[in-house]
Design a binder for this molecule. Structure first.
Ligand SMILES: Cc1cc2nc3c(=O)[nH]c(=O)nc-3n(C[C@H](O)[C@H](O)[C@H](O)COP(=O)(O)OP(=O)(O)OC[C@H]3O[C@@H](n4cnc5c(N)ncnc54)[C@H](O)[C@@H]3O)c2cc1C
Length: 483
């Protein structure tokens, strides 16, 4: 079969673009090398829908950030994505930083960011209880928001799949298929696939794919790692999004609330050689903690329950997004999508569709496209009466698997049997928030392994955390060899 579009990569960019394409009468295939969708940078970031004062005026980043921020409201409603426009603050901690706030304010106004306000030191300390007593001014951006980045990515991709997009997991792009100077498909580790267009949405690997298409050999992605710590929401409550003044290395170490009520502190900014260097280091965590305490002093590092790292896909030398449609016939190139890539993703999809329209692509709307994602509500969000009926219908909802987050076996089975079946521990975690509480999974691991093995008709040894060789069980446990 020949597709109209093949999308390489199932992060937020590929997923939202896939969803836009299936609005029209196109056959769309998405390939993803991971064992699940959205395991790349879209799963390891600050989860802020930035307002758009940060990118330099005139850049594609500035334009798509501001537009993306606007589009998220409607998108989140259609897909049922947890999203709140709480506003964000950039705080000056010494008077020398105040001109920077003014600069960001002017820049934001130029970019078209609505509602920006400069606050005095007194107003800042009043609006942000707990902020450093040194705070001497801030920039407030009311349109900045926080999002659940796992669910946003998953819901977008699932909605595209329900509307007809084909998804192949564990399928890695290897090379292009060419005919008469045009790209006509791809070669993967799982065979060849032909299409009219191939879309590069491969995140930190997008430069390698673009080079294989024969363009921009002089551009490259310089991987830049950001490390974070996450605080236990049971002991520390913070409901703001606060940045320090940015410097030449980026937006700096923020202290932000998440959609799940935890506090996020980070990211650091370190150039790394290896795009796979997705691990935290002692030095990096120390920097994150120190940076967080500079801004918000009164918390204790003993309250940290998790840590993670993400890799930014900054494109050199431009440091801007690079989005091209048909530069090479049959190729759509989306490269250098570092921050604010999450905020911009809906606008990136819209931009590509506009470029396709300009190229005369037949955009015939499908009347059966359903933009609404019907929610699969978690047991913990049901009323007592709904819970009773739910357990009566399926006793699996009466078995709590994760105590901290109150996730039941029924919740997990709904995802294991869902439109994009969860096959690994982390796939369940991203869909349900399983294992993210204070005990970080130590209560639920064994139960989840058992459920995944049973449902996938496999042995305990084959159950993985995130695909590949990330198994939990390596040898018989307490003499049992029947696993
Ligand atoms: C530390 C940090 C903080 C950030 N904070 C924010 C923020 O607060 N707000 C914001 O707007 N943005 C933020 N960003 C940026 C944002 O996370 C990214 O711009 C966005 O997630 C990029 O999405 P993507 O779909 O392009 O890439 P990804 O999510 O990485 O998806 C690319 C996908 O392509 C797949 N892939 C790669 N190569 C192949 C291949 N050969 N074959 C098949 N599949 C392949 C990968 O497995 C992956 O699933 C941050 C980034 C970092 C690192």
């Amino acid at each position: 079969m020949r597709y109209d579009y093949i999308i390489i990569g199932s992060g937020i960019v590929g997923s939202l673009l896939g969803r836009e394409l299936v609005r029209y009468s196109f056959r769309v295939l998405m390939i993803e090398k991971g064992s699940d969708i959205g395991m790349g940078t879209s799963a390891a970031n600050s989860a802020i829908i930035h307002a758009g004062y940060d990118p330099k005026p005139g850049t594609l980043k500035a334009k798509l950030n501001v537009r993306g921020n606007m589009l998220w409201d409607h998108l989140a409603t259609e897909l049922g994505i947890p999203f709140k426009k709480k506003g964000s603050y950039v705080v000056a901690l010494v008077p020398e930083e105040l001109p920077k706030l003014q600069e960001l304010y002017e820049q934001g106004k130029h970019n078209g960011v609505p509602g920006l306000r400069l606050l005095s030191g007194e107003e800042t300390r009043e609006k942000i209880p707990g902020i450093s007593p040194h705070a001497c001014g801030s920039l407030f951006a009311p349109t900045a928001g926080i999002i659940d980045p796992f669910q946003a990515n998953f819901f977008a991709c699932e909605n595209a799949v329900i509307n007809g997009m084909e998804l192949r997991l564990g399928t890695a792009f290897v090379d292009f298929l060419w005919e008469n100077g045009a790209i006509v498909g791809i070669q993967t580790n799982a065979g060849e696939f032909r299409s009219r267009w191939v879309i590069n949405a491969a995140g930190i690997h997008a430069d390698e794919i673009m080079h294989k298409a024969g363009i921009h050999a002089d551009y490259h992605i310089q991987p830049r790692r950001g490390q974070y710590v996450v605080l236990d929401r049971n002991v520390f409550s913070w409901d703001k999004v606060v940045f320090p003044c940015p410097n030449e290395q980026g937006k700096g170490i923020l202290v932000a609330t998440t959609m799940h009520g935890n506090t996020l502190i980070g990211p650091t900014s370190e150039n790394v050689e290896n795009k796979q260097a997705l691990f935290t280091t002692e030095e990096g965590l120390k920097q994150a903690i120190e940076g967080g305490k500079r801004l918000v002093p009164n918390w204790d590092s003993r309250w940290i329950i998790a840590q993670y790292a993400g890799i930014r896909a900054t494109l050199f030398p431009t440091k801007d997004f690079l989005i091209e449609v048909g530069e090479v016939p049959g190729f759509i190139n989306i490269c250098g999508i570092d921050s604010p890539g999450y905020a911009s993703a809906p606008a990136i999809a819209e931009y590509v569709i506009e470029k396709l329209r300009e190229k005369g692509e037949p955009l015939l709307p499908r009347h059966d496209f359903n933009p609404i994602r019907e929610p699969r509500r978690l047991f913990k969000h049901l009323s007592p009466e709904e819970r009773r009926r739910c357990i009566q219908k399926d006793p699996a909802y009466g078995r709590i698997v994760c105590r901290c987050e109150e996730i039941t076996e029924g919740d997990l089975l709904a995802e294991i049997r869902g439109p994009i079946p969860a096959r690994t521990y982390d796939a369940l975690k991203r869909r349900t928030w399983l294992g993210t509480g204070r005990c970080q999974g130590s209560f639920d691991f064994s139960r989840v392994i058992e459920i995944l093995a049973r449902e996938n008709h496999t042995s305990y040894y084959q159950v993985t955390k995130k695909g590949g060789n990330s198994r939990f069980v390596f040898s018989p446990v307490r003499g049992r060899d029947d696993l």
